[in-house]
Structures are given as structure tokens and as C-alpha cells.
Design a protein around this ligand. Structure first.
Ligand SMILES: Nc1ncnc2c1ncn2[C@@H]1O[C@H](COP(=O)(O)OP(=O)(O)OP(=O)(O)O)[C@@H](O)[C@H]1O
Ligand SMILES: [Mg+2]
Length: 223
């Protein structure tokens, strides 16, 4: 599902070049659950952005779901995401002018699904938000927004689900429920899970943990 070789990501900032990722090798098979752990600022979110085709690596090779992301233009990357990837962002990225239901229905409408709103409603019910369908993000708590973001990420049954701290704002009970949902997706659809987390409970549920420090993989449970 993921084949990254010697991946680097460098950005130019006012203070000069910053090497955010330096030579990351990562191979993830279909249906694996991988927990990405590591200190704040180590490059976890940056790696997720590359895997999602939202940023471009400055070096190395990267293929996801059989697509060489380094050879695709922006339009091709958008179609790639629509067809293969669900993303839960660290800061949710919900559309503030859309209700919870509309936010979740967007990826389905985008894919031309006639049942977009029914499925979106079912997804929101499954994360315990059946009573918040018509609320706008600004009217939802942090944990509720996180669950809307999660519903939006899995509603189209992606092959690959990338999630950045999916339980970061949730209490233990709600977090446990969200974890059950994520691992249920894998069981039901064979979804590959790549979960960035500081939550030891979530990391432990992944059969493989990859640790990133200072832009490098310093340990990988598969090796
Ligand atoms: N566009 C950018 N320009 C400059 N520096 C950046 C940019 N994006 C990320 N960085 C820096 O790269 C480093 C890695 O950031 P990243 O967001 O990947 O960390 P992280 O591991 O996800 O951290 P956290 O656990 O706090 O979310 C940080 O030091 C960050 O300040
Ligand atoms: Mg991060």
C-alpha cells in the first residue's frame, strides 16, 4: 500500500533550509495497522502530508496504492485522494460554513454518489453524533469536531486511512469507541490504517509501531 524510499522533505524558511524528513524508508502492506509515534516536531504530520499527496517530497521515491505520487500533477493527486485515501487532520479542517452532515457528505458527493446524505448520516450515527447532524463546526465541541472529521475520512470506505491524533481530543470512553471503529474498518474492508498518535492505548492496538525522531525512523516494529 505504501512504498517510500529515502524520502526527504525540505522547506525553505526565513532562517534557511529546514530538513523536516531525512531519508525515510517505509513499506506498509495492505491491511496493516501502523502506529506512528515520536516527539512533537519530529516530522509525523509532514510524513502524513506526503503520503496523502498534499505535499511533495523533495527527494526519494513514493508510491501509494500503486501510484507513483512524484509523477502526478495536482488534478491527478486530487483524484487519487478521492479514490483511495481518507484523512483525519490534526486540526480537523472541517468546512465552517457547512453542517456536520454536509461536511461528511462532501467526499461522497465529490465521487458522484446518489446516497451521499444517507451514508453520511449513518457514518455520523456510528460516531455517536446522530443528534448533531445540522450543527456547524463552531457549534460542536473539540471531540465532536474530531468525530465529524473521522466520519468524513471513512465514509467513502478508503483503502488507506491516514489519521493524525484521531483520539487526541477524546475522553477514554469515546476514544475507545473511535478506536473500535477504526479497527472495525480494517476488519470489514481491509482498510490499511496509519495512525499518528501520542496515545499509548491506540499505539498498542497497532501490531506495528514506527518511531520517528528528528525526521528519521529510529525504530520500526516490522524490522
Ligand atoms: N511549512 C513549514 N515550514 C517550516 N517549518 C515547518 C513547516 N512544516 C513543518 N515545519 C517544521 O517541521 C517540523 C516537523 O513538523 P511536524 O508537523 O511534521 O511535526 P509532528 O511530528 O507532527 O509534531 P506534533 O506531534 O507536535 O504534531 C517542526 O519542527 C515544524 O516546525
Ligand atoms: Mg503533528
Amino acid at each position: 500500500m505504501i512504498q517510500a524510499l529515502n524520502l526527504s522533505f525540505q522547506v525553505r524558511a526565513q532562517a534557511g533550509e529546514i530538513n523536516i524528513l531525512r531519508g525515510v524508508d517505509l513499506a506498509v502492506g495492505a491491511g496493516e495497522a501502523v502506529g506512528i509515534v515520536g516527539p512533537s516536531g519530529s516530522g509525523k504530520t509532514s510524513l502524513l502530508m506526503l503520503l496523502a499527496g498534499l505535499d511533495r517530497p523533495t527527494g526519494g521515491t513514493l508510491s501509494v496504492a500503486g501510484h507513483d505520487l512524484t509523477r502526478m500533477n495536482e488534478d491527478q493527486l486530487a483524484v487519487f485522494r478521492r479514490d483511495h485515501v481518507g484523512i483525519v487532520f490534526q486540526a480537523f479542517h472541517l468546512v465552517p460554513t457547512m453542517t456536520a452532515l454536509e461536511n461528511v457528505a462532501v467526499p461522497l458527493e465529490f465521487a458522484g454518489r446518489a446516497d451521499a446524505f444517507d451514508r453520511a448520516e449513518a457514518a455520523l450515527r456510528s460516531v455517536g453524533l446522530g443528534h448533531r447532524l445540522t450543527h456547524y463546526p463552531g457549534q460542536l465541541s473539540g471531540g465532536e469536531q474530531q468525530r465529524v472529521a473521522l466520519a468524513r475520512a471513512f465514509v467513502a470506505e478508503p483503502k488507506l486511512l491516514l489519521a493524525d491524533e484521531p483520539t487526541g481530543n477524546l475522553d477514554r470512553g469515546t476514544g475507545g469507541h473511535v478506536m473500535d471503529l477504526l479497527f472495525g474498518l480494517r476488519e470489514q474492508f481491509g482498510t490499511t490504517l496509519l495512525l499518528i498518535t501520542h496515545d499509548p492505548l491506540l499505539a498498542e492496538r497497532c501490531e506495528r509501531q514506527v518511531r520517528i525522531e528528528d525526521g528519521r525512523i529510529v525504530s520500526d516494529g516490522a524490522r
